[in-house]
Write a protein that binds this ligand. Structure first.
Ligand SMILES: Nc1nc2c(ncn2[C@@H]2O[C@H](COP(=O)(O)OP(=O)(O)OP(=O)(O)O)[C@@H](O)[C@H]2O)c(=O)[nH]1
Ligand SMILES: [Mg+2]
Length: 389
């Protein structure tokens, strides 16, 4: 294995590779003018898309917005959808959907927005939703839903039994009416629904592009569990302590994937501070030893290294603890960034350290991790030891 690689560069490179491997996700957002499409997009995908004045015109009513997160949004503008314009609109959007499919750049989902304040749904809209949903899964979103307005409309629309994926209410931004402010709601449900509806692959693109941090945390932790299970395998083969450095490429791969899932650009200095805190140096060899020995100290009963081996279960525990702790750091980093705050590297380093302690302690109690030393006979087990390259 190459020694003294610059792990920060390596992590950044792996994160970029993970980002690039995400398939493009294309969502079309439509509905009458002023229903709140742009407001909803901003709430679900973050402030960066707030400058909705721009965007590339695709057809006379369609605009395309590409984001750096492999998400492509198509937003219609100024649709009136009354009388004869329905047929034109239907044709315009249907032709576009078909063409996109032929070009090998299919639209994965349509959000059809209706303003809850309008109290009712027009015949033309029912027709349009039915027509479009024949081509692409369509979600009917009842926007600006305050004081139960969307609920009534939801029942009305559901009663039509349209061939659509679902009807959901949402209030994308707090709404003030006189002295009363109605807090935004329904976003997490909408996000969870889309996430479950999207096909494998593009669901990850959606996960990293959307703004619900709790969902990212939940899915990232699930990813760590799966990653550790496949990396260390059933029975968790023992690893010589000296080869703990071999864990580094594995762990870096995991950290890169997690960074990608959060859809944030981690500052190079921030990563340097975090990795330095873990390993005490930027060299990969030391980093691997650093991570393992630091975390090992916190694992009860793991201090006795039989024949210089750390058990596979311990290696798995260390890696899981590292993953969970890094997720907590990413979550806080992302939250702070969204609120326009800047966290100092030291704050994140402290957070990482206290999280490592907390998670290692909790995982050590987890029965699925048998953190103690492997049972003899040692020689037999040595046959399964990972070979040093
Ligand atoms: N408070 C609040 N206001 C909203 C919400 N959704 C839309 N609005 C308001 O409704 C108006 C229209 O919203 P837009 O998001 O621009 O509507 P649009 O569907 O993109 O309109 P077009 O681009 O013209 O088709 C704006 O003034 C928004 O502030 C919401 O969830 N909460
Ligand atoms: Mg708009």
């Amino acid at each position: 294995m190459q020694k003294n690689i610059n792990v920060v560069q390596e992590l950044l490179k792996k994160t970029n590779e993970a980002k690039k491997s995400l398939p493009p996700l294309r969502i079309l957002i439509t509905g009458k003018t002023g229903v709140g499409k742009s407001t909803l997009i901003n709430a679900v995908f973050g402030e960066e898309l707030a400058s909705t004045g721009v965007g590339k015109p695709v057809t006379s009513h369609l605009r395309r917005y590409s984001t750096k997160n492999n998400l492509v949004l198509f937003d219609t503008k100024g649709l009136e959808l009354v009388g004869s314009t329905l047929e034109e609109t239907d044709k315009e959007i249907s032709d576009f959907l078909r063409e996109a499919q032929i070009q090998g750049e299919p639209i994965h989902m349509i959000w059809y927005c209706i303003n809850s304040m309008g109290h009712r749904v027009e015949e033309t809209e029912l027709k349009l939703m039915t027509s479009l949903s024949k081509q692409v899964p369509l979600l009917c979103l009842l926007t600006q839903s305050i004081a139960g307005k969307g609920g009534e409309l939801k029942r009305v629309i559901e009663a039509y039994n349209l061939p659509i994926a679902g009807v959901l209410e949402v209030l994308a931004e707090d709404y003030t009416l006189g002295k009363t402010t109605f807090p935004a709601w329904g976003l997490a449900e909408l996000i969870a629904f889309c996430y479950s509806l999207l096909p494998k692959g593009v669901d990850l693109t959606f996960l990293q592009a959307q703004t619900d941090i709790d969902l990212k945390v939940k899915e990232a932790r699930r990813y760590v569990k799966g990653y550790v299970a496949t990396t260390f395998g059933v029975g968790f083969t023992p690893i010589p302590f000296a080869d703990a450095t071999l864990l580094v490429p594995t762990q870096l791969g995991m950290l890169a994937h997690l960074t990608m899932l959060f859809g944030v650009d981690m500052d190079e200095n921030m990563l340097l501070a975090l990795l330095t805190a873990l390993g005490g140096t930027t060299g990969a060899t030391h980093l691997g030893r650093g991570i393992v020995s630091q975390v090992l100290k916190m694992v009860p009963g793991a201090g006795t290294l039989m024949g210089g081996l750390i058990s596979g279960t311990t290696a798995a525990l260390v890696t899981t603890s590292l993953g969970y702790s890094y997720i907590a750091v990413l979550a806080n980093y992302t939250k702070a960034q969204r609120e326009g705050q800047k966290l100092e590297p030291k704050a994140l380093v402290d957070m990482l350290k206290s999280q490592l302690k907390k998670n290692t302690k909790a995982l050590s109690k987890d029965k699925s991790f048998d953190a103690g030393p492997e049972k003899p006979p040692l020689l037999k087990r040595l046959g399964h030891v990972i070979k040093r390259k």
